[in-house]
Design a protein around this ligand. Structure first.
Ligand code: GDP
Ligand code: MG
Length: 189
């Protein structure tokens, strides 16, 4: 990397009910891959990818995936600690997964202990329009009332997934600039 470029490190978590597509979203963003029938137990706890945010700034997004513990709704605090960005994921074809979001939102707010946590609501499986159970308007209203960014996409669509991470990372970058963190989280290269 060129001298003077800035590398920022952002920690992300993906939360939401089992089967909504969290692991698929992580795989699509970090490996540009989608598997119709992947093993539930993905062996990694986190993966990362760097993106160029413009203006000489590169953000490395370290993304944590809950790997099955999500059904207990009591994921350990260490999972949330130090989180900069959170994707709150529901499945547009499963209304229940949308109705559980207030609980997930509380978990994130309480456990991250980050008053500036950047939250993004994600309606996944947008390719299954015929089975839709949650309207975009309803999701947008929920996002607005909780100060969250909002996107609907299919984890099958690499471009849309990337765009959502990019939008969220830009917001995190603004937040971090206004509220500087400990020096180790922004490394000058
Ligand atoms: P997780 O439990 O939240 O990690 O969900 P997974 O990523 O394991 O996905 C659950 C199932 O939904 C898998 O069979 C995926 O292939 C499927 N899936 C995930 N995202 C999408 C999507 O955007 N569209 C469709 N049609 N299927 C998806
Ligand atoms: Mg998973």
């Amino acid at each position: 990397m060129k001298g003077g470029a800035e590398q920022m490190l952002f920690k992300y978590i993906l939360i939401g009910d089992t089967e909504v597509g969290k692991s698929s979203i992580m795989l699509q963003f970090t490996e540009q891959n989608f598997l119709t029938n992947h093993d539930m137990t993905i062996g990694v706890e986190f993966d990362s990818r760097s993106i160029d945010l413009g203006g000489g700034v590169t953000a490395k997004l370290e993304i944590w995936d809950t790997a099955g513990q999500e059904s207990y709704l009591s994921i350990t605090r260490s999972y949330y600690r130090g989180t900069d960005g959170c994707f709150l994921v529901y499945d547009i074809t499963r209304r229940e997964s949308f109705e559980h979001l207030p609980r997930w939102l509380n978990e994130a707010k309480q456990n991250s202990a980050n008053p500036n946590l950047v939250l993004m609501l994600i309606g996944n499986k947008a390719d299954l329009e015929g089975q839709r159970q949650v309207s975009k308007a309803e999701a947008q209203a929920f996002a607005d009332s909780n100060n969250m960014l909002y996107a609907e996409f299919s984890a099958k669509n690499a471009g849309d997934v990337e765009q959502a991470f990019r939008e969220s990372a830009r917001r995190v970058s603004d937040v971090v600039r206004k509220n500087p963190r400990k020096p180790s989280s922004s490394v000058k290269l």
